[in-house]
Design a protein around this ligand. Structure first.
Ligand code: SF4
Length: 208
């Protein structure tokens, strides 16, 4: 793609994401709006090949307005860096719901439903080649798959977003914090295998 066209597309993506973000900031479509300090829309490169989707904001995300900060976010940043992926440069990161569920509980089905249009809007604007579904809430919300992550992780899954967009389910970094072992067969070991598969897929897409 030539640089001018690339810049034009980037500007268009940013504009549509910005207008979606403004809508989200004023959203009261579910009860999660009552407990939030602020919405957490998402951040990263709007032209990225990879979109990573988590569950919902936690306390620090709610306070800062940024996704995946705090201990889990720091671990995620390190995991991505291990396969030369920088958060701002290579990935767009967001969550299934944009407001913090109380006491860090999983979002309820009606909350996921109320917020789903925003997530779909983000995916439609970015048109990623790869979606990383981080944890079971993201897997269930985006692909309707209720199978445990340990059973489906590492597989390239078809998505409803077209043949050019594949998904992979990966462990949530919060789960890895609770399971620190790196022994073969441990969640951290499998996360490393999944990151290597992601890097290989990105390299093969670049070579096309
Ligand atoms: S979680 Fe989503 S649908 Fe619910 S109030 Fe926040 S932005 Fe709106």
């Amino acid at each position: 793609m030539n640089k001018t066209l690339e810049n034009t597309l980037l500007a268009a993506h940013s504009a549509s994401l910005a207008s979606l973000q403004e809508t989200v900031q004023n959203c009261h479509a579910c009860l999660l709006s009552k407990g939030r300090t602020q919405t957490v829309f998402g951040e990263g490169n709007p032209n990225a090949s990879v979109v990573l989707i988590g569950e919902g904001p936690g306390q620090q995300e709610d306070e800062t307005g940024r996704p995946f900060v705090g201990r889990a976010g720091k671990l995620l940043t390190e995991i991505l860096a291990s396969v030369d992926l920088q958060r701002d440069r290579d990935i767009y990161i967001c969550n299934v719901v944009k407001c913090r569920p109380p006491n860090n509980r999983a979002p309820l089905p009606e909350e996921v439903k109320a917020c789903s249009g925003y997530l779909l809007g983000q995916i439609a604007a970015i048109k990623p080649a790869i979606i990383l579904l981080c944890g079971s809430t993201a897997l269930k919300s985006v692909l309707g798959i209720a199978t445990p992550i340990s059973k489906v992780r590492g597989q390239w899954l078809e998505t409803p977003f077209g043949d050019n967009t594949l998904a992979m389910a990966i462990f949530h970094p919060s789960y890895l914090l609770r399971n620190p072992s790196k022994e073969p067969g441990s969640p951290k070991y499998w996360m490393w295998q999944d990151m290597k598969a992601l890097r290989e897929k990105l390299n093969s897409l670049k070579a096309k």
